[in-house]
Write a protein that binds this ligand. Sequence first.
Ligand SMILES: Cc1cc2nc3c(=O)[nH]c(=O)nc-3n(C[C@H](O)[C@H](O)[C@H](O)COP(=O)(O)O)c2cc1C
Length: 205
Amino acid sequence: MSQSIDMENPAITDHEIHPLIAQRWSPRAFDSKHIETEKLAQLFEAARWSASCFNDQPWAFIMATKDDTANYQKLLDCLVPANVIWAQVAPVLGLVVAQKTFKHNGKPNAWGEYDAGQAAATLVLQATALNLVVHQMGGFDPAKAISTFNIPETAKPVAAIAIGYAGETSNLPTDLQERETAPRARAPLSSFVFTGEWGSSAPFV
Ligand SMILES: Cc1cc2nc3c(=O)[nH]c(=O)nc-3n(C[C@H](O)[C@H](O)[C@H](O)COP(=O)(O)O)c2cc1C
């Protein structure tokens, strides 16, 4: 299968990184084109092989494709209005959920959210490899998500996600077009890679 990557808004990096990582970004302009079923399965297969504490795999994804109108609407209704504006074009919406307790002993899992985030990050990179884009969102109503989807007390919805093919920036409202085309920025390595003590930049960055 061809897996050439569209470099639409690549990270301008200080050091060379893998093109897949440079290519990943969070656009708001989606194409309404549906995602092939096999590709969707590949995304979750990638998440499945993510690392996790005790191999507990403390993640779940509550997903809906747009043709599943009722379930898609339920997800859309959980998003904050500012996200609905653009996310409603995406052909797939979902929630990333973290388990709060370990399966093997029922004790609190302090790494559940960390592991769910890793699974989501792995899914996002697989999506990038398939020329799909993913936009993750903290802007959703967790209480509404819990009641709408009967999420048990032992689990926590941590993020919403929109998945699809990249669309035309010109289809976004003007203010979002500006954000979409703004330069991507990051803090320097020296501000977060430390040696010896907190705040002391590592000598190799
Ligand atoms: C956990 C998380 C929550 C986010 N929440 C939102 C959100 O509610 N709305 C939004 O438009 N973008 C959201 N984003 C996207 C970030 O703004 C984006 O990842 C960041 O600006 C870096 O841009 P990039 O992903 O294109 O590199 C979120 C990203 C993450 C990982």
